[in-house]
Design a binder for this molecule. Structure first.
Ligand code: TMP
Length: 239
C-alpha cells in the first residue's frame, strides 16, 4: 500500500491517504513536544519505537476484544490503519495522581487513587485541550449519540484493566494514559491514534524510575533509552 496525499499533520504523526478509501497510513515522527508544542525536540528513532510499541499494544487489545483502527505495520515508521472520523475528546484514564491532576487539585504526586478516574479533555490545541464534562461534550456536539460518552468511559476503563495487568507483569506501573477514539464507516467506535510512552506514564515498580515522555517534559534526559526499555519489557522480559 502506497502513501498518497498528506491528509493531516499532527505533532507526532502524519496521516496519508492510500488507494483504498477506507485505509490510511500513519507515519510516526521523531518529534517530541510538550506543553502544547511550546517545548520541541527530535529524538532519532523515537517514531520507530512508538510504532513498534503501539503495534504490540493494539494487537494485545484487539486480542482482548477492544476494537481498534490497527491493520498492519508495513515498516519501521508506518502503520496501516482504518480511516475513522476522530472524536475530539481525549480520554484520560488515571490510576495514580500526577501531572495535571496533582497540579489542578493539589493531590500529592504519586498518590494511588481510590478508584480508576476517567476524564475528558477537549482536543483543541488552540484552547490548550481544556478538561470538559459530559454536558460540555453534548453542547459541543462531540459524539453522535449521548450513550457514546458512557461507551468511551467503558472502553477507557477496559483498556486500563488490560494494560495495567499486562504492564504489572513486566514490572511497570501504568500510572495514567490518554486514548483517542473515532467512528468508522459503519459508525462503530474504534480505538485510534497511538498508545506509546508519549501518551502513557510508566513508572518502574522497583525503582520508581519514569519510563515515558515525562523524561522529556521534565528535562530528565534518557528519553530514547526509556522508550527502548518499555519496548523490551513489552516484548517479553517479564519481571
Ligand atoms: P496530564 O497529567 O498532563 O493531564 O496527562 C495525563 C496523561 O495523558 C499522561 O499519560 C500523558 C497523556 N497526555 C497526552 O497523551 N497528550 C497530552 O496532550 C496530554 C496533556 C497528556
Amino acid at each position: 500500500m502506497q502513501k498518497r496525499d498528506l491528509l493531516y499533520e499532527g505533532k507526532a504523526k502524519r496521516l496519508f491517504t492510500t488507494d483504498d478509501d477506507n485505509l490510511l497510513i500513519a507515519e510516526f515522527k521523531d518529534d517530541l513536544t510538550a506543553f502544547n508544542g511550546e517545548k520541541h525536540d527530535t529524538e532519532a528513532g523515537k517514531g520507530a519505537l512508538n510504532n513498534r510499541i503501539s503495534t504490540e499494544l493494539f494487537k494485545l487489545l484487539e486480542s482482548k476484544g477492544i476494537p481498534t483502527h490497527y491493520v498492519d505495520t508495513p515498516d519501521e515508521n508506518h502503520m496501516l490503519v482504518k480511516k475513522v472520523e476522530i472524536i475530539l475528546i481525549e480520554v484520560v484514564v488515571r490510576n495514580i495522581a500526577t501531572g495535571s491532576l496533582s497540579k489542578r487539585l493539589g493531590i500529592e504526586d504519586g498518590t494511588k487513587l481510590p478508584f480508576t478516574l476517567v476524564e475528558f479533555y477537549y482536543k483543541r490545541d488552540d484552547l490548550n485541550d481544556p478538561i470538559i464534562n459530559d454536558e460540555h461534550c453534548l453542547i459541543l456536539d462531540l459524539v453522535r449519540h449521548e450513550g457514546d460518552l458512557e461507551e468511551l468511559k467503558r472502553l477507557g476503563r477496559e483498556i486500563n484493566v488490560i494494560l495495567k495487568s499486562f504492564f504489572a507483569d513486566k514490572g511497570l506501573n501504568l500510572v495514567d494514559f490518554k486514548v483517542e477514539f473515532g467512528y468508522d464507516r459503519e459508525g462503530n467506535i474504534l480505538l485510534a491514534d497511538e498508545i506509546s510512552p508519549d501518551s502513557c506514564r510508566f513508572w518502574d515498580m522497583e525503582s520508581g524510575e519514569k519510563l515515558d515522555k515525562d523524561r522529556f517534559r521534565q528535562g530528565l534526559g534518557g528519553v530514547k533509552v526509556a522508550y527502548e526499555e518499555v519496548l523490551k519489557r513489552i516484548l517479553g522480559e517479564n519481571k
